[in-house]
Design a protein around this ligand. Structure first.
Ligand code: FES
Length: 146
């Protein structure tokens, strides 16, 4: 994580460096830098003239914010109703036993992505993998670049 954040300047200016722009600034900060590391949170606190504890506390309240760098790959299991009924739980169970983080794969979940006919599905690095079985999913994940 860098120590200066020039790309965030237009966002800070757009919100007039006002505290009520905190969520938007946090959101853009994460988009720009991938995650909200402590140096970035301290920068935002300074620029918005807010206590660091308030910025950190607000950010940690929302699940959409992350505080560590993303891994190389992401695997999001859809846990919407159709995928749940068609076996998302079994996919999650088998993935929970795999050393995914060691292979640079971050496991998460997502609610219905709107293509329920492909249930159960996962979203891997932004691509939808339809009609997954545990075997097919593990094989597909093994093919990802380390
Ligand atoms: S429930 Fe998974 S895509 Fe709709």
């Amino acid at each position: 994580m860098p120590e200066s954040f020039p790309d965030l300047e237009p966002v800070l200016q757009r919100h007039g460096r006002q505290a009520d722009g905190l969520i938007e600034v946090l959101n853009h900060g994460q988009e720009l830098y991938g995650y909200l590391g402590e140096p970035l949170l301290r920068h935002i606190a300074r620029e918005l003239r807010l206590p660091f504890s308030r910025v950190q506390g607000t950010a940690s309240f929302y699940h959409l914010f992350r505080f560590t760098p993303p891994l190389r790959h992401s695997c999001l299991v859809c846990t919407g109703t159709a995928c749940h009924v068609k076996g998302a739980g079994a996919l999650l169970a088998v993935l929970a036993g795999e050393p995914l983080a060691e292979r640079g794969i971050e496991l998460g979940s997502v609610r219905c992505v709107g293509t329920c006919s492909g249930a159960p599905l996962v979203v891997v690095d932004g691509a939808v993998w339809n009609l997954q079985t545990s075997t097919a999913l593990l094989a597909g994940l093994r093919r990802l670049e380390p």
